[in-house]
Design a protein around this ligand. Structure first.
Ligand SMILES: [Zn+2]
Length: 321
């Protein structure tokens, strides 16, 4: 669709690429940027041979501006978009293009941006300089301000089938068929996520353990929940705790989605059994309360409060299976 539009010279000022983590949003954003900067595009796609394509492939094209969230946490990562980075980007896009006929700004993972950063970008989207294209990526369009969303052409990416993901891993990355099959299933059809897991088996194991803890915590008594709070507070850094809370929140969101039959992509497809089991016995109100407690605790942890106490309060507010 994009190639056809670009081939006909139909270029929007702003695109928003959405889809679950690891589905290929950033890859598509950069390919689109490449096509927009290429000196000799072929049928709306980059030629791959000109000077612009060479610079883009080396991430050194002066007219390609990119902002990614600052990542913290070793195993499970969380990201923040710095307001200073957005301000710098806005300054840069308003300068004249250096090499190409336009400047392209890629804002990767823009759902990690707070309202202040989003509002800063809004003016650029409202009155875009004529030769600027802004490409945003976010897991869900709902995470962005409606005023941002409405100014973008939204391109929603969905996961591939398990077979397509497996074939991609086997053909493109020389991963043996059996392992590719497992990665395809665990990744829920998200090729980028599958590749990350393929290159970092530890993070796969860590993620499984963290997610599996939700169901067992729900069947656990007060003593076990307090022990978990104590252990997390003692062994993990604040960033690691935040990352754990983020993973748990993603599972609770999946539970709430399972309750409503909403046609929205779920994040933890390999935990379908746990999600269904929790969704069967927990009321929607209790599910929303558990998710709200996670958000509240994540906010509190940013303010230097006693982590163990905050985690205890949070886990006690979770329902019991
Ligand atoms: Zn080219």
């Amino acid at each position: 669709m994009l190639q056809r539009d670009l081939g006909r010279g139909r270029i929007r000022h702003a695109y928003l690429i959405t889809g679950p983590a690891g589905v290929g949003k950033e890859t598509l954003a950069l390919n689109l940027a490449n096509a927009l900067l290429c000196d000799n595009p072929v049928d709306g796609d980059a030629c791959g041979q000109c000077r612009a394509c060479l610079l883009t492939s080396r991430a050194t094209h002066p007219d390609l501006l990119k902002v990614t969230p600052e990542i913290s946490g070793k195993r499970i990562r969380t990201g923040k978009v710095k307001i200073e980075a957005i301000r710098q980007l806005i300054y840069d896009v308003n300068l004249k293009p250096v090499e190409a006929g336009r400047r392209v700004a890629c804002l990767i993972g823009f759902d990690a941006a707070n309202d202040q950063s989003q509002n800063a970008l809004l003016k650029t989207l409202e009155e875009p300089p004529g030769n600027v294209v802004v490409i945003l990526t976010a897991e869900s369009a709902d995470a962005l301000l409606p005023t941002i969303r409405s100014r973008c052409e939204v391109i929603a990416l969905r996961p591939l089938t398990t077979a397509e993901t497996r074939d991609f891993l086997v053909a493109g990355h020389a991963i043996d068929r059996e392992r590719a099959d497992l990665l395809a299933r665990v990744s829920g059809g998200r090729p980028g996520f599958a590749l990350r897991l393929a290159h970092d088996p530890d993070s796969l194991a860590e993620r499984q353990t963290t997610l599996a803890a939700v169901r067992s915590l729900l069947s656990a008594n007060r003593v076990t929940r307090f022990a978990m709070a104590e252990r997390l507070a003692r062994e993990a850094t604040v960033d690691e705790i935040q990352a754990t809370l983020q993973l748990w929140a993603s599972l609770w969101r999946d539970v709430l989605l399972a309750m409503t039959d909403a046609d929205l992509p779920r994040t933890n497809l390999d935990f379908d059994a746990d999600i269904a089991a929790i969704a069967r016995v927990v009321t929607p109100a209790a599910g929303r309360q558990a998710l709200a407690a996670l958000t509240r605790t994540a906010n509190l942890l940013g303010r230097n409060i006693n982590a163990r106490l905050a985690l205890e309060v949070m886990l006690m507010s979770w329902p019991t299976l």
